[in-house]
Design a protein around this ligand. Structure first.
Ligand SMILES: NC(=O)c1ccc[n+]([C@@H]2O[C@H](COP(=O)([O-])OP(=O)(O)OC[C@H]3O[C@@H](n4cnc5c(N)ncnc54)[C@H](OP(=O)(O)O)[C@@H]3O)[C@@H](O)[C@H]2O)c1
Length: 429
């Protein structure tokens, strides 16, 4: 029987559960088994949920290579620091394959080493880095990619989905929901990467590379987070048949692409809208298979560790010609993006305006100046006689035009307080 030697770097939530899964199960495939030869983390003295004395602890990379050179390093540290860069270089220079849960490093720095992994025929597994336990990389590579994919979309971050779900269920503000999510262990004290949409964007980039065979560059992608969402908009959206979600979308438009992470209103009966709390969902649309969706746990020790084990199995059957993204990185063209004017959607705008004759006419004129029709205008009940909240649903319009309308509305003296602007994605299924 062949034995694949593993080194595990990072023994926190994910890394420790990889050790536990490997200790609990003797995974054997194609007459191959796996053996942990060394482990490491920041603090050797820290209490772990397994016995570290069973494994050799490496303090430095030279020590890691000297002891018992691994075939695969499993990286579950996270971040984009120098130590992570050095680890990736170590793999490339010493022909060691890598399995990682670290989407930040892959999405932000991956462009500088994907080619080297391909050139050296090294396996780079990232199933755990995208959507936790949802087996999307494997499904794409083995089942879906023979068909052309036209769009991928879904919920790629469990923390923000948990916060939004609690807002709906408990009728609480974003801030209160965030605090509850921290207390319940579904958000960290510093959840900025989750809240800002950056984390979802990391995953969207990797899945777009794989789905479309183009290189998506992090610096070219737009993402927006949920820090400014308001309970009143969630409630008003429901009355119109929409649910608000942090939606990640990547679409093919002939030879160009559209990519976005943003809070959007989507039909409340869609699969994506019905995916609540820490669950993630990805839907793919394309030729032949039409549409398929996968839903599951996007994070957590055992769910994410399961994806790392899945990558171990994938390593055994990995074809050297394959490349990190199914085709060699050097053969993947840079993704080009459509102009904003090429993609139009209805928008929801909520604002508070002076209760004065002529105000509604002025609003209509501001929309008309940009050739945008108003689909509906709803005046909300209020006890305040001087200021009235209104909701406008615009006709389909591009983001630049709606931004100009908002800018012009802000210049008026009848607009009071903030203005909420939310894109409506009617086609999300
Ligand atoms: N948690 C999840 O559910 C989840 C899901 C999907 C993907 N991921 C990704 O998986 C990665 C790990 O996440 P996690 O939640 O497991 O993190 P974590 O619990 O914070 O664990 C990080 C581990 O890395 C070690 N570490 C930190 N800095 C180090 C350094 N300079 N040198 C050596 N070791 C160092 C820590 O050591 P000590 O233990 O000694 O402090 C700890 O064992 C991240 O990229 C994350 O985005 C996590």
């Amino acid at each position: 029987m062949k034995t694949i030697k593993l080194a595990i770097f990072g023994l926190g939530v994910v890394g420790s559960h990889v050790v536990k899964l490997l200790e609990k199960n003797s995974y054997v495939l194609d007459n191959t088994k796996f053996k942990i030869v060394s482990i490491s983390a920041k603090n050797k003295k820290k209490k772990r949920n397994f016995n570290i004395k069973k494994y050799s602890w490496f303090k430095s990379f030279p020590e890691l290579l000297k002891n018992d050179k691994p075939d695969i390093i499993i990286e579950t540290i996270g971040g984009t620091g120098k130590n992570i860069n050095d680890l990736y270089k170590l793999c490339i220079n010493n022909k060691i394959s890598l399995i990682t849960a670290n989407k930040a490093q892959l999405a932000e720095k991956g462009h500088s080493f994907f080619g080297s992994f391909d050139e050296k025929n090294l396996f780079l597994g990232f199933e755990a880095a995208v959507l936790g336990a949802v087996p999307i990389v494997r499904s794409l590579e083995q089942c879906i990619l023979p068909s052309k994919i036209n769009s991928i979309y879904g919920i790629f971050n469990g923390t923000t989905n948990y916060i939004i779900s609690q807002m709906y269920e408990n009728k609480i503000s974003f801030k209160d929901s965030l605090n509850q999510a921290i207390q319940n262990g579904f958000a960290e004290q510093d959840s900025s990467a989750d809240l800002s949409g950056r984390d979802a964007n990391h995953k969207l980039l990797l899945l777009s590379n794989l789905s479309f065979g183009n290189r998506f560059e992090f610096s070219k992608l737009n993402y927006d987070g949920i820090e400014n969402i308001k309970l009143i908009d969630l409630e008003q959206g429901l009355k119109l048949g929409y649910k608000l979600k942090l939606v990640s979308i990547s679409e093919r438009h002939s030879k160009r692409f559209y990519s976005s992470v943003a809070p959007c209103f989507i039909p409340e009966n869609s699969i994506v809208a019905k995916t609540d709390y820490e669950e993630n969902v990805i839907s793919l649309e394309g030729e032949n298979f039409l549409k398929t969706s996968l839903v599951g746990k996007g994070a957590g020790g055992y769910p994410t560790a399961t994806s790392i084990i899945s990558d171990l199995k994938r390593y055994i059957t990995y074809s050297k010609e394959q490349g990190v993204f199914k085709i060699k990185y050097e053969n993947m063209p840079k993704a080009l993006f459509i102009d904003n004017s090429k993609r139009v959607r209805p928008y929801y705008l909520r604002m508070s305006v002076l209760n004065k004759v002529g105000v509604l006419k002025s609003i209509a004129q501001i929309f008309a100046q940009k050739s945008i029709s108003i689909k509906s205008l709803i005046q909300l009940n209020t006890s305040n006689e001087k200021i009235v909240p209104i909701i406008i649903i615009s006709d389909s319009v591009d983001v630049d035009k709606i931004s100009q309308v908002v800018k012009n509305l802000k210049k008026t003296n009848f607009l009071k307080k903030e203005i909420s602007v939310i894109r409506i994605e009617e086609n999300i299924g």
